[in-house]
Design a protein around this ligand. Structure first.
Ligand SMILES: Nc1ncnc2c1ncn2[C@@H]1O[C@H](COP(=O)(O)OP(=O)(O)OP(=O)(O)O)[C@@H](O)[C@H]1O
Ligand SMILES: [Mg+2]
Length: 244
């Protein structure tokens, strides 16, 4: 990363078209290091597609993604990961028949660490996250809330500058949401990364996020400080209405 440019991960007028369907249209968004940015919007709004673009899993049809001011036009997902952009997946994507420790360790090996170094880092991280008790359990036997934590551990392994979380709280109880919220706060505080959080639960969003970006039908509907967006009439009509 260019040290002279303040670190940020930015989508600039990004559009993605799938076989004629416009999944996102001209979306611009900047994630700064150290902030938590909420990305909200109804199902199919384009949130995951945008995160895919910001992490090299999807090439924008138009527009570009910059990291620390650098154009990432030829970067694949591995290049984003090596440059400090990590993400989790809506579907988990753990190796179910491998242990939790091995699941985290392989990420380190894939990123160039020796097995020994990867195992040490993975153990330290599971300790830090308070999930060391699961280290030798098969990932496929975990309740999905713990599975999510392992997904976050894999993303955090190489101390990314940017962490993109795709609906980490989906399906969680209120108590589990509170635990996840506490974990995300600690990640920001102790690791200092910029966090993009896709989340439907507005209590979680309002409790955590400095700013919120709202997508609807692939377009930016609103963006701003969390409390302002919460009271935006267009956002309430399009998205929050059902929650009152
Ligand atoms: N690989 C793909 N091929 C074709 N269409 C796709 C593909 N990925 C996403 N889409 C379409 O693009 C639109 C945006 O999808 P996306 O998954 O980004 O939405 P989302 O906001 O993450 O939704 P959800 O809240 O359900 O996760 C949807 O209409 C979806 O069907
Ligand atoms: Mg999605």
């Amino acid at each position: 990363m260019n040290a002279a440019v303040p670190p940020s991960l930015a989508a600039e007028a990004v559009s993605v078209t799938f076989d004629g369907l416009r999944a996102i249209s001209g979306v611009s968004l900047t994630l700064e290091k150290g902030e938590i940015l909420g990305l909200i919007g109804p199902n199919g709004a384009g949130k995951t597609t945008l995160v895919n673009c910001l992490s090299g899993f999807q090439l924008p049809t138009e527009g570009r993604v910059r990291l620390g001011g650098q154009d990432t036009v030829r970067w694949d997902a591995a290049a984003f990961r090596k440059a400090g952009v990590a993400r989790t997946f809506q579907g988990g994507r753990l190796f179910r028949d491998m242990s939790v420790l091995d699941n985290v360790e392989v990420t380190g090996v894939a990123l160039g660490l020796s097995r020994r170094a990867a195992q040490r880092k993975a153990s330290e991280l599971l300790d830090w996250m308070g999930i060391a008790q699961f280290a030798h359990q098969l990932a496929g036997t975990l309740p999905y809330t713990d599975e999510r934590r392992v997904g976050i551990a894999r993303a955090l392994l190489m101390k990314p500058d940017f962490l993109l979380l795709d609906e980490p709280a989906a399906g969680m109880s209120d108590h589990e949401c509170e635990q996840l919220t506490a974990l995300i706060r600690i990640i920001r505080l102790e690791q200092g990364c910029g966090i993009l959080l896709i989340e439907h639960n507005m209590a979680v969003v309002l409790g955590l996020c400095d700013r919120v970006h709202v997508l609807d039908g692939g377009r930016t509907l609103a963006q701003g400080r969390a409390a302002e967006v919460r009271n935006d009439r267009a956002v309430i009509d399009a998205y929050l209405g059902a929650e009152g």
